[in-house]
Write a protein that binds this ligand. Structure first.
Ligand code: HEM
Ligand code: HEM
Length: 185
C-alpha cells in the first residue's frame, strides 16, 4: 500500500468521502420518508431515489478505495492510542465492506423479483441471471435492512469519534478530511 506522509487526505479522497457521507445520510432519510408515505405507490416512487443513490454509492466507494490504495489516504494520526487505531481501522473497513455489499444485495433482491433497477432514469441495470423468487427477494431485502442498521450504528461511532478528537483531544482530526484547518501529526 502506498501512503503519503501527509497529515491530510488527498483532494480526491475528500470529495469522494463527503459525497459518500451525503449519499449515505440521504439514503437513510429517503428510506424513513418512504416508510411514512401515504400509499404504497408513493413509497415506491420515493424509494426509486434510494435505489439510484445506492448504485451511485457503490461506484463512489470503488473510486475511494482506488484513491485510498494509490496514495490518497493519510496515515492515521501518530498520537492515536492503540485502541483508537484499531477502532478506526475496523470502522473504516466495515464502511468499505458495507458500501460495496449493500448495493449488490439490493441489485440481487431486485433480480429475485425479476425487476431491473433504473438509475436516475438514465440507464437500467438488468436483473442478474438468478431464479425469480419473491420470498427470497424479501429475505434479501431484510438482510439489506439489517446491514443498513449496522451501517447507521457505525456512522454514529464514526461521528462520535470525530467529535471526541475535536472537542476533548483538540487534535484537529476533522481537518484531515477538509482542505482547511490544522490537523496534528
Ligand atoms: C455518513 C457516512 C460516512 C461514511 C460512510 C464515512 C466513511 C469514511 C471512510 C471509509 C473513511 C476512511 C477513508 C479512507 O481510509 O480512505 C473516513 C474517514 C474520515 N471520516 Fe468519514 N464517513 C462518513 C461521515 C463522516 C462525517 C459526518 C464526518 C465528520 C463529522 C467524518 C469524518 C471523517 C474523518 C475526520 C476521517 C479521517 C479519519 C482519519 O484518518 O483520521 N466522516 N470516513
Ligand atoms: C450503499 C448503498 C445503500 C445504502 C447505504 C442503503 C441504506 C439503507 C438503509 C440505511 C436502510 C434502512 C434500514 C432500516 O430500516 O433500518 C435501507 C433499506 C432498504 N434499501 Fe437500501 N441502501 C443502499 C442501496 C440500496 C439499493 C441499491 C437498493 C435497491 C436496489 C436498496 C433497497 C432498499 C430497500 C428495499 C430497503 C428496505 C429494506 C427492508 O427494510 O426490508 N438499497 N437501505
Amino acid at each position: 500500500m502506498t501512503e503519503t506522509n501527509s497529515k491530510r487526505y488527498s483532494g480526491a479522497a475528500m470529495v469522494l468521502h463527503w459525497l459518500i457521507a451525503a449519499g449515505v445520510i440521504a439514503n437513510w432519510l429517503i428510506r424513513e420518508t418512504a416508510e411514512k408515505a401515504e400509499t404504497e405507490e408513493a413509497g415506491r416512487a420515493i424509494m426509486a431515489n434510494h435505489f439510484s443513490i445506492g448504485i451511485t454509492l457503490w461506484v463512489l466507494a470503488v473510486a475511494l478505495l482506488v484513491v485510498h490504495f494509490t496514495g490518497g489516504k493519510a496515515p492515521l494520526a501518530s498520537h492515536l492510542a492503540t485502541w483508537e487505531r484499531w477502532l478506526a481501522r475496523i470502522v473504516h473497513t466495515l464502511f468499505f465492506v458495507l458500501l460495496l455489499v449493500m448495493p449488490l444485495g439490493g441489485w440481487m433482491a431486485m433480480s429475485q423479483y425479476g425487476a431491473p433497477i433504473s438509475v436516475f432514469g438514465i440507464f437500467s441495470l438488468p436483473p442478474l441471471p438468478v431464479e425469480v423468487n419473491p420470498e427470497q427477494a424479501k429475505a434479501t431485502f431484510e438482510q439489506h435492512g439489517a446491514a443498513g442498521a449496522l451501517l447507521l450504528i457505525l456512522v454514529a461511532v464514526h461521528i462520535l469519534g470525530t467529535l471526541k478528537h475535536m472537542v476533548i483531544d483538540k487534535d484537529g482530526n476533522l481537518f484531515r478530511m477538509l482542505p482547511f484547518g490544522e490537523p496534528k501529526a
